[in-house]
Design a protein around this ligand. Structure first.
Ligand SMILES: Cc1cc2nc3c(=O)[nH]c(=O)nc-3n(C[C@H](O)[C@H](O)[C@H](O)COP(=O)(O)OP(=O)(O)OC[C@H]3O[C@@H](n4cnc5c(N)ncnc54)[C@H](O)[C@@H]3O)c2cc1C
Length: 481
C-alpha cells in the first residue's frame, strides 16, 4: 500500500496517529466548528516537519499546524494532516530576547521569564493556555498590546519550513526577503485604519526587507510552519496601578477612553453589564459598563491626573499585585461569563466576535450593533480591548439558523469596513472570515496576498482554504448546532 500514512511511517521519528479518538480530538478547537482530519503527525524534530510536507506535496494533501487549539474561528482545523508541534518546547532566555519553540505554552514561558524579572508583552485573555506557535499564527494580542503592540511588533526572527519543505530564516535570508518585498504591491486606501489587525497577510507592516518575518505573523500556518521564534522581552514593571471606573452611559465611557488613550496607559478595557454583574462588588444600580485602565509607569503622576481626565466614577484604585491580578481575572473571564449567561440554543457561534475600528468611531460600532439587534432580532454582549477600538461581541439569538449567521456577518463586516475597521483584530480569519478578506482589502492587496502565497506554498498545501479561499466556509462545518 502506498498511502500517505505508509510513506510517513517510513520516515517520521515522532508519532503518527489515525485512530478515531485522535482524529476526533484534533477535529475541534475553541470555535464552533468541527472538521475531521485524516492523520495526525506529532513531529519530533525539524526533519519530521520537512518530510511531512514533502510527502503531503506528493499526495496533494493539506498540512495544518496546530498549537493549543484555543483559536476561536477554526484556524487550526482542516482535513488532511494535522501537525501538533508540542515537542518543540525549548526556551532560551537572553538579555533582551528569548528563543522559543512554537510548542511552548504561554504559561510556561511566563514562569521562566518571571524568574528572570522579564515578561513577553502580548497577553491573550486565555492566559496560560495558548501556545507560542498559535500566537504567532494568529498575531495574537491582549490588554497590554495597547502599549506594547501585538505579536507582530514583538518578534525579531522566525525560522519556518515553507510549502516546498525548505527551511527559511526571516529576515536573515536576504535573498528570500528581497523576493517577498518585490511581490508587495499595496493599495494603502484599503488597509484598515486601526492599531491592530489579524486579517489577511500584514503587507502593511513590511516597510523594508528587515521586516520580512512579519509576513509570517498572522498567516495562520498558510505560508510556513514556524519551528523557532526569537521574541522581544521586557523588564517586568516595578509597579502597576489599575483603575476600575463605572459609567451609566456607554457614550461617556467612549469619550473617556479617547482622552485616557493619549496618556500612554498599558491597558484600557471595557466590559458591559453582563460581566459587571458577575463581579463581587456593589456597583451603582444604573451602571451600564466599566473601563479598566492600567498604567505601568509614572504611577504617582497618573494617579494624581486620573480624576481630572474622566467623567466616570472610580470604584477601585488598586496597586497591590494580588488585587490587580484578581480584578484582571474578572475582565479575562468575560467570555466565560457571557457563555454562562446564554442558553446553549441561543448562543450564536462566534463569527463577528473580533472587529476593531478607529477609536474615534467606537460610537458608530455600538450603533451598528443596535441596528443588528433590530434587524436580526438578536442581543449582544460586549467586552474587550476598547483602547485599540477592538470589541468582542457575543450574539444571542436563534442558534440553529446558519443563514441568519451569514447575513449578520455580511452586514456587520460591510459596516465595519466602511468606517475603516478590521474584521478581525486578534483572533484571525480561519473558517469564519477568510471569504471576507477580499472585501476587506480590495483587489490589488488581495492579488499581492495570492502572489505571496504562491511564493511560499506553490502547491497550496499549507492550511488549504484559509486566508486565500475560493469557497465560503463561514456556515459550513458547524459542530452540532
Ligand atoms: C477564552 C478565550 C479568550 C481569548 N482571548 C484572546 C485575547 O485576549 N487575545 C487574543 O489575541 N486571542 C485570544 N483568544 C484566541 C486564542 O486563544 C489565541 O489566538 C491563541 O494565541 C491561539 O493559540 P493556540 O496555541 O491555541 O493556537 P491554535 O488555535 O492551535 O492555532 C491558531 C493558528 O495558528 C497556527 N499555528 C499554530 N502553530 C503554528 C506554527 N508553529 N507555525 C505557524 N502557524 C501556527 C494554526 O495553524 C492556526 O491557524 C482567546 C481564546 C479563548 C478561548
Amino acid at each position: 500500500m502506498n498511502s500517505v500514512e505508509t510513506q510517513l511511517s517510513k520516515v517520521i521519528q515522532g508519532e503518527i496517529h489515525t485512530e478515531n479518538q485522535f482524529r476526533k480530538f484534533y477535529s475541534v478547537d475553541a470555535s464552533s466548528y468541527q472538521v475531521i482530519p485524516k492523520i495526525i503527525v506529532i513531529p519530533k524534530n525539524e526533519k519530521d516537519v520537512i518530510n511531512t510536507i514533502k510527502i503531503a506535496r506528493k499526495f496533494k494533501t493539506s498540512v495544518t499546524v496546530r498549537g493549543a487549539g484555543t483559536g476561536l474561528v477554526g484556524s487550526a482545523l482542516n482535513r488532511g494532516i494535522i501537525l501538533d508541534m508540542k515537542n518543540f518546547d525549548s526556551i532560551k532566555i537572553k538579555k533582551n530576547y528569548a528563543i522559543v519553540g512554537p510548542g511552548v505554552i504561554k504559561g510556561a514561558l511566563d514562569r521562566v521569564l518571571e524568574k528572570n524579572k522579564k515578561f513577553f508583552p502580548p497577553n491573550p485573555s486565555i492566559g496560560a493556555f495558548c501556545s507560542i506557535g498559535g500566537m504567532l499564527g494568529n498575531n495574537s494580542s491582549g490588554s497590554r498590546s495597547l502599549k506594547y503592540g501585538s505579536i507582530i511588533d514583538n518578534v525579531i526572527e522566525v525560522t519556518i519550513i515553507d510549502g516546498n519543505g525548505n527551511k527559511i530564516i526571516l529576515p536573515k535570508d536576504k535573498n528570500f526577503s528581497n523576493k517577498i518585498q518585490k511581490k508587495i504591491k499595496i493599495n494603502s486606501k484599503k488597509i484598515p485604519n486601526v492599531s491592530k489587525s489579524s486579517s489577511g497577510y500584514r503587507i502593511d507592516k513590511i516597510l523594508s526587507k528587515n521586516d520580512s518575518h512579519k509576513i509570517i505573523i498572522g498567516s495562520e500556518g498558510t505560508l510556513g510552519i514556524v519551528t523557532s521564534a526569537k521574541l522581544k522581552i521586557k523588564n517586568i514593571p516595578k509597579k502597576r496601578i489599575l483603575f476600575v471606573i463605572e459609567y451609566n452611559s456607554i457614550k461617556n465611557a467612549i469619550k473617556d477612553c479617547i482622552f485616557v488613550n493619549n496618556t500612554n496607559p498599558s491597558a484600557i478595557e471595557f466590559v458591559d453589564k453582563i460581566t459587571l454583574q458577575q463581579i463581587n462588588h456593589k456597583f451603582q444600580r444604573n451602571t451600564k459598563c466599566l473601563l479598566f485602565v492600567e498604567y505601568d509607569e509614572k504611577i504617582n503622576q497618573n494617579d494624581k491626573k486620573m480624576k481630572s481626565l474622566i467623567s466616570g466614577k472610580i470604584v477601585k484604585k488598586l496597586t497591590k499585585k494580588q488585587d490587580v491580578e484578581q480584578w484582571w481575572k474578572y475582565r479575562d473571564s468575560s467570555l466565560f461569563y457571557s457563555l454562562k449567561n446564554i442558553k446553549k440554543e441561543n448562543r450564536i457561534p462566534h463569527v463577528i466576535e473580533d472587529a476593531a475600528v478607529p477609536i474615534e468611531r467606537l460610537t458608530e460600532l455600538f450603533s451598528i450593533l443596535e441596528k443588528i439587534s433590530k434587524k436580526f432580532k438578536t442581543k449582544s454582549i460586549v467586552y474587550g480591548h476598547i483602547g485599540n477600538g477592538n470589541l468582542h461581541v457575543r450574539l444571542i439569538g436563534e442558534r440553529k439558523k446558519p443563514s441568519l449567521i451569514k447575513n449578520i456577518a455580511t452586514y456587520y463586516f460591510d459596516e465595519i469596513i466602511k468606517i475603516g475597521g478590521t474584521i478581525t483584530a486578534e483572533h484571525g480569519d480561519g473558517l469564519a472570515r477568510s471569504e471576507f478578506i477580499k472585501k476587506q482589502y480590495g483587489k490589488t492587496n488581495y492579488q499581492t496576498f495570492q502572489e505571496i502565497k504562491k511564493l511560499f506554498d506553490p502547491k497550496n498545501i499549507l492550511n488549504t482554504g484559509k486566508i486565500i479561499s475560493e469557497k465560503s466556509t463561514i456556515i459550513k462545518n458547524f459542530e452540532k448546532l
